[in-house]
Design a protein around this ligand. Structure first.
Ligand SMILES: [Zn+2]
Length: 308
């Protein structure tokens, strides 16, 4: 089993990342799997090298060591698990989709898409396919969209149970390259998980809604067996708002500066999502046992891989 820890260097690590690290390394160790580190800096506007250096330092401090692409591989310079060093990979995979007639140019602005949306539905609005047959050239100020046909994607979320999503109705044709020429998260995540051999994706529940379209994209790219998925609970700022990187109160840097030990940070993160009881303590070495001895479900629908 290969899973991945894939932070974006757009801010400093906070307790939400620590929860993800606990689940990724804990499940990997409990399942004899390996953890791959990937730096998701596909967003060139928001990513910063200083954030990457800070997150590598914080991972070392937390004592979570990637089995594939250790932090030293990123510090050494160019690294094939850093997305900005993989642009040729995205280009060639997009070219493959284009050659099969699956990609078209979309000239709609964000505002035009919003106006087409049905205001009676909350949340995500599916793109209605306005530019599907316009035949716009794939250059200049246009987004690249992949045709998403009707059909369901089902997966057994190891944490949340069986799920079914319908990408065409949920989001419509997926943007893989935005109008500024940047590869999108949905595309690079699908490409990287496939080509890097990631077969178990462990991430926060805020990304659960993206799973169906990523399974579909991966299949279009040639992936025969989809990855498995587990979506863990999120650290919340309040009942309805998730933590943001600007929330200094839970930033690892700030906690360290205030004298928190590594194990105190690990325990606080685990406590915030109910992985341990409010009064319990936890050390980094105790993390795999959380998943080996008492899988946090109650929650796991299919505990088999955990209880080998
Ligand atoms: Zn359009």
């Amino acid at each position: 089993m290969i899973t991945r820890f894939a932070p974006a260097p757009t801010g400093l690590l906070h307790l939400g990342h620590v929860v993800n690290a606990i689940c990724v390394w804990g499940l990997a160790r409990a399942m004899d799997g390996r953890v791959l580190l990937r730096i998701e800096d596909h967003d060139r506007q928001r990513s910063r090298p200083e954030y990457e250096r800070a997150l590598l330092d914080d991972l070392d401090w937390l004592g979570v060591a990637p089995d594939l692409y250790p932090t030293s591989a990123f510090r050494a310079g160019r690294c094939e698990s850093r997305q900005s060093d993989r642009l040729a990979v995205y280009e060639s995979n997009a070219r493959g989709l284009i050659a099969r007639g699956l990609v078209y140019a979309c000239g709609c602005s964000r505002r035009e898409i919003a106006q087409l949306a049905d205001p009676s539905t909350d949340g995500e609005h599916p793109y209605p396919g306005t530019c599907r047959d316009r035949g716009l050239p794939l250059d200049g100020d246009v987004a690249w969209r992949v045709r998403i046909d009707d059909g369901r994607e089902s997966f057994d979320d190891l944490w949340c149970g069986p799920q079914t999503q319908e990408p065409a109705g949920q989001c419509g044709d997926v943007v893989i390259r935005d109008r500024h020429g940047q590869w999108t998260y949905q595309f690079v995540a699908a490409v990287d998980d496939y080509l890097q051999g990631v077969d178990f994706v462990i991430r926060g529940r805020d990304l659960q809604g993206s799973t169906g379209r990523q399974i579909r994209l991966a299949r279009l790219l040639g992936r025969e067996r989809p990855a498995r998925f587990a979506h863990h609970p999120l650290v919340m700022q309040s009942a309805t708002q998730k933590l943001s990187k600007s929330d200094g109160a839970t930033g690892i840097r700030d906690l360290r500066a205030r004298g928190w030990t590594r194990d105190a940070v690990i325990a606080e993160a685990a406590r915030r999502v109910g992985l341990i009881a409010p009064a319990a303590t936890l050390s980094i070495d105790g993390v795999p046992a959380l998943f080996r001895d008492q899988p946090p479900r109650t929650t796991f629908s299919n505990p088999t891989p955990v209880h080998r």
